[in-house]
Write a protein that binds this ligand. Structure first.
Ligand code: AMP
Length: 120
């Protein structure tokens, strides 16, 4: 698989503001933050979309949520509240085809979370 720019971040081929790493995952600050805290939590394994997640990946996907909880706790906003989001494919706005949890915090987040976009 050719990989996306997230593979280049994992391999340190392009810079990122990395806040956490373990053997399975990496977390870094989103380059275009939508909240005071906007992190991306990614598996090191290349999985393009939610549709590509297999049964064997369930521990890995669960791990991403545990990393989200750990970072929320350590960064001090777990009790206040935060949101995790994973977009799947074009209509949801996925632009990087390597699954990632968005972790958003640091302000009162609106609901519903979206604004409709024109189909292009
Ligand atoms: P999505 O639209 O759900 O696929 O999310 C992709 C996210 O990656 C967007 O929020 C982008 O701002 C973010 N992004 C794109 N390039 C970079 C980069 N080089 N470093 C950090 N975040 C990035």
């Amino acid at each position: 698989m050719a990989g996306t720019l997230f593979t280049k971040i994992i391999n340190r081929e392009i810079p990122a503001d990395i806040v956490y790493e373990d053997e399975l995952s990496l977390a870094f600050r989103d380059i275009n933050p939508q909240a005071p805290v906007h992190l991306l939590i990614i598996p090191k394994q290349e999985i393009p979309t939610i549709n590509d997640i297999e049964l064997n990946d369930r521990e890995l996907v669960g791990h991403l949520f545990l990393v989200a909880k750990k970072l929320a706790t350590e960064m001090g906003f777990a009790e206040d509240g935060y949101r995790v989001v994973m977009n799947c494919n074009e209509s949801a706005g996925q632009t990087v085809f390597h699954i990632h949890l968005h972790l958003l915090a640091g302000k009162t987040l609106g609901w519903p979370p979206y604004t409709d976009r024109a189909k292009v």
